[in-house]
Design a protein around this ligand. Structure first.
Ligand code: GTP
Ligand code: MG
Length: 493
């Protein structure tokens, strides 16, 4: 299972490859069988002639389509997110050709290709104009490589073309209908189904359509519900996750500009205003600039990250930041207490959180290391029991430790390593996991229940000030220094 999860993309690649190769030959026979029926017949010709105004014939349109689709497939090879699909489609075309050759079938367009080269070129030009965005043209003229190449319309058009042709070919062969579309040959008006090859053809047609449809998608969405008690560090986490991602990933990798929700913009703006003013001499420290949420607050934070290497998508992460005091009443509501009978919490917020957790793909449960280490404070981890018993089986549950920087000196003393060095992150994660499991039996049991093997530390670099309080150490630009947030997001994908 573990192996499957970490090699999911490779497995998908093999699956697609199998479909492309496996369906090439049956698709070729479907094409060759329907091909003639489409010529004499009726439905395809009727459609072609009506859309082209009874002018150019079927072969002209085929030439145009061939030029168009080959160009689209070529462009796909240069698309940052779709090149793998592009290669698979070319392999599909290769097996289709082999299939034609095996069955001795020569499509009519191949016989008349020379005569129609002009139409092929026309199709290619149309595809280029439709698909390549202006920004790319500009950068081609500049001889610069654009930062991000997405020919978003190409997979869409390929899908439409593949689906349209496969459906038409399938119908031509398997649906028997009176030749009413063909002038002068009105025969008996029977409609029927042609049964030979029906099963193979249905599987082939459906398989091809489904796989090309999968190829279209650029976007995906992950809803994440996260819970932690008051002061647990939810809002700081919501601030740091996108900033850490921007600094460590987006800056170097070819990823789309983050699409950030309005609420998140405002939160990120707060960070800039407060921290940039900090002139900082010595270890530059800043202040915690995020206030506790008001009980009625419900902030919609969403941003995009890039998910996957072979079949990358723009993944939108979507969370709702809320005040921690809504956690106990939320848990009550989850256990079946009607919302209007709750004595605490904001009903609107609780309703929204119930909806959010129901839609969530992943639930993140926050463990506040400050509360864990303070004998006078409680972790309230028992509240997570209800969430786990409700969703532990159906959703992915991830444990994260906020304020893990409080373990920094212990980690340094025990291992001699610096927890603020990204290279030591795995060691630090194991250290924090072990610490927390030892300190809280409740958490250790809950982790076992959901099969979680780690608590993910999320923290910012801090030092103790003269009063013994932890204050964030900031960069020269005056920004917080987040750790573990990219790794947590990797886990959320
Ligand atoms: N040492 C340390 N302290 C942190 C960290 N993150 C948050 N804190 C402290 O915890 C306080 C509360 O953080 P928030 O993110 O506002 O907590 P919250 O869960 O949003 O709280 P509510 O909005 O009231 O539910 C901050 O003001 C900091 O003092 C961290 O990574 N390290
Ligand atoms: Mg908050």
């Amino acid at each position: 299972m573990e192996w499957l999860q970490s090699n999911q993309e490779q497995v998908r690649l093999l699956g697609y490859l199998a479909v492309m190769i496996g369906l090439g030959v049956p698709l070729a026979t479907l094409v060759s069988r329907s091909h003639d029926s489409a010529t004499q017949g009726t439905l395809t010709r009727f459609i072609v002639e009506s859309v082209t105004g009874f002018g150019p014939g079927l072969v002209t349109l085929e030439a145009f389509g061939l030029g168009g689709i080959l160009t689209l497939m070529l462009l796909l090879l240069f698309d940052d997110k779709k090149w793998a699909q592009g290669i698979l489609l070319w392999i599909g075309l290769g097996t289709l050709t082999v299939g034609f050759w095996l069955s001795g079938f020569v499509p009519r367009i191949a016989l008349q290709l020379w005569a129609h080269l002009g139409h092929v070129a026309l199709g290619a030009t149309a595809a280029l104009l439709l698909v390549v965005p202006r920004t790319v043209w500009d950068s081609v003229l500049d001889l610069r490589i654009p930062r991000r190449r997405e020919f978003r319309r190409a997979p869409k058009l390929i899908y439409i073309a593949v689906m349209g042709s496969v459906v038409l070919l399938y119908v031509e062969y398997h649906v028997v209908y009176p030749p009413v579309f063909s002038p002068g040959t009105i025969g008996e008006a029977t409609v029927g189904v042609r049964l030979d090859n029906l099963f193979v053809d249905s599987v082939t047609a459906a398989g091809f359509i489904v796989v090309t449809r999968k190829f279209m998608q650029y976007e995906a969405k992950k809803t994440v519900a996260f819970f932690g008690k008051r002061n647990a560090g939810k809002s700081v986490l919501a601030y740091c996750a996108p900033t850490d991602y921007m600094n460590r990933v987006a800056r170097y990798a070819d990823v789309p500009p983050l699409e950030i929700s309005q609420d998140l913009y405002e939160l990120l703006g707060q960070g800039e205003e407060v921290l940039i003013e900090d002139d900082g001499s010595g270890p530059q420290t800043g202040e915690w600039f995020i206030d506790n949420n008001e009980q009625n607050d419900l902030e919609e934070f969403s941003w995009t990250i890039k998910d996957g290497k072979l079949f990358p998508k723009n993944l939108q992460i979507d969370i709702r930041d809320h005040a921690g005091e809504n956690l106990p009443p939320f848990v009550k509501a989850l256990s079946g207490v009607p919302i209007d009978e709750l004595d605490r919490g904001n009903p609107e917020v609780i309703r929204a959180l119930l909806e959010q957790v129901e839609n969530a793909d992943t639930i993140v449960l926050l463990i506040d290391v400050a509360a864990l280490r303070d004998p006078g404070d409680s972790l309230d981890a028992h509240l997570y029991g209800e969430i786990i018993s409700e969703y532990g089986a159906s959703k992915e549950i991830v444990f994260a430790a906020t304020k893990a920087d409080l373990y920094d000196s212990e980690f340094r003393n025990e291992t001699g390593l610096d927890p603020y060095n990204v290279g030591n992150f795995d060691r630090f994660r194991r250290f924090v996991t072990r610490k927390i499991q030892r300190e809280s039996n409740v958490i250790a049991t809950q982790m076992r229940d959901v099969g979680a093997d780690a608590v993910h530390p999320v923290y910012v670099r801090t030092v103790e000030d003269e009063n013994g309080d932890r204050v964030p150490v900031v960069t020269d630009d005056g920004d917080l220094q987040p750790f573990g947030h990219v790794e947590l997001q990797e886990r959320l994908k």
